[in-house]
Design a protein around this ligand. Sequence first.
Ligand code: URA
Length: 433
Amino acid sequence: MRMYDIIMKKRNGGELSKEELRFFIENYTKGEIPDYQVSALMMAIYFQKMSEAETFELTMAMAESGEMLDLSGIQGIKVDKHSTGGVGDKTSLALTPMVAACGLPVAKMSGRGLGHTGGTIDKLESFPRFSTSLTTEQFMENVNRIGIAIMGQTADLAPADKKLYALRDVTATVDNLSLIASSIMSKKLASGADAIVLDVKTGSGAFMKKEEDAFALAEEMVKIGRSAGRTMSALVTDMDQPLGNAVGNSLEVLEAINTLQGKGPADFTELVYALGSEMLVAGKKANTLAEAKGMLEEVIGNGNALEKLAEFVAAQGGDRNAVYDTSLLPKAKESEEIPAPQEGYVSKIVCDEIGSCCLMLGGGRETKESVIDLSVGIILHKKVGDCVKAGESLATMYYNDQAKADAAMERFLKAYSFSSQEPPKTAFIKGKV
Ligand code: URA
């Protein structure tokens, strides 16, 4: 078999066989196929697309390119949750202690920030001394002992995805349905959960900008998971503006803590209840979504979810006091209000631009080697549909470097549009697959 023939077949619109896809993934993982040939194949896939059968075979080949975690040492049904990524997406920080406090074991692999989107692992490192570098044994031990552990993707888990993602990132081949589906599902299948709940984002801050594409992606991932014998469900949710109000690592941790105290923003609270209910039903801790929601409300009301976060932080070496005394979280030295340039209703926020502003402040990586400033970010005070007076604060920017803040402020203002008419209200949860 030759890589040249595989590229040519896809370029001409052919359907790749299981053997051809396995040949490509196995040899690329071993370093025997150069990036330039794989870049050409990615671009051919981007334009010619892949069938469902091809996408499934690609996913399985990627999942099996490294270690397939065996979580059978953890008692109970293991339910994982994965978001396709967005701005202000701190869902796992609040959701995982909530469901763990309801008795559902959470054994989760999370990622770092990517492009304009943030990552759970970076956010968790806002807790002083917190570590996500656990061995598989420590990971399982923590889940069995306290019901929750989160670790970073190990080098052995779906290594083909690691290489392919880095390549797609720089060859303009990220936003293809089959490539996203296989990338996400290969990691999820390799990390061993019995049931997977997906949060597929749509809008200007998501990889799938159009709602119909997000539904198609959700359907494809659900089919892949079911074909691999997993229990699956997916919600398609809004990412046309940042989720909640906080964007930036420690600011998002703070918002997650507020949410665990029942004081979270409405959209974020709606999302964690909806995803948490799906997880509890998938894990057979509740028979109906309504029953599950009641359980989640209880652990928020009685403080058990917040205490579960503190237990989890302590179990991974972090300072549990920071959960109850948030002044211990990283804090930026300076802050500045961003005044509205005109009066009217906020009619649109270009969501990925807000993510990029946070990146410019130092809250994300410019290069693989960059060290993140966990303290910087933005708290939005006005979101789409809100009415604002000229000069009123749209947001507070938290920063440590004036030049970076000036540049980010200019960019921030360009991301907001205003109108004299109230924009139509849109549903936050678009639907379920
Ligand atoms: N997240 C992933 O892990 N992979 C993609 O391709 C897109 C989002």
